[in-house]
Design a protein around this ligand. Structure first.
Ligand code: ADP
Length: 170
């Protein structure tokens, strides 16, 4: 197990030429807005077909929050999409353990697949409302502390605000 290099990049996760891209999915696994919408739009119907299959087999009730599962990446440059379900932010409840779990579980799946390079979005920091600085701290801290064979963990931040938050947390 060698050290994982953490790389920060401003850009679109669907452009990334990596082994696996992580999708900030929802539990239904049937597509949505934000990163999820972009991945399904660019990756094409193959990804959704595999997601539907997962719903009828392993996850009839949906993928639980904090867990991760892989599918093909369809027409994306990546080979696999690792879908993970971030927690919706809640002021009155500490759900940071679930957010950390998204990164740990995604790395575990990446190791199972033999993915050496993995691109992550800022899970839960969009529609799910997580404050960016906190989301960035949890993301970077968890990837840094998780033993994995992944050689490069690339955080792909969509806008400057997100990039700056991850930069501060790095
Ligand atoms: P969640 O529902 O987990 O909050 P979102 O997809 O709404 O997930 O947002 C997560 C983060 O991903 C946000 O910071 C959002 O700006 C960003 N994002 C949206 N589209 C893309 C994309 N194509 N590539 C990378 N990041 C993206």
């Amino acid at each position: 197990m060698s050290a994982t290099e953490i790389v920060l990049l401003r850009g679109d996760i669907t452009d990334q030429d990596v082994d696996a891209v992580v999708n900030a999915a929802n539990s239904a696994l049937l597509g949505g807005g934000g990163v999820d919408g972009a991945i399904h739009r660019r990756g094409g119907p193959e990804i959704l077909a595999e997601c539907r299959e997962l719903r009828t087999t392993r996850y009839p009730d949906g993928l639980p929050t904090g867990q991760a599962v892989a599918t093909t990446a369809g027409r994306l440059p990546a080979r696999w999409v690792i879908h993970t379900v971030g927690p919706v932010y809640a002021k009155r409840e500490d759900r940071s353990g679930l957010l950390a779990s998204c990164y740990r579980e995604s790395l575990r799946i990446a190791d199972e697949l033999g993915a050496a390079t993995v691109a992550f979005p800022a899970v839960s920091a969009g529609i799910y409302g997580w404050p960016l600085d906190d989301a960035a701290r949890i993301a970077i801290g968890t990837v840094r502390d998780t033993p994995t064979s992944v050689r490069e963990a690339r955080f792909v931040l969509f806008d400057e605000t997100a990039y700056n938050a991850f930069h501060r947390a790095h």
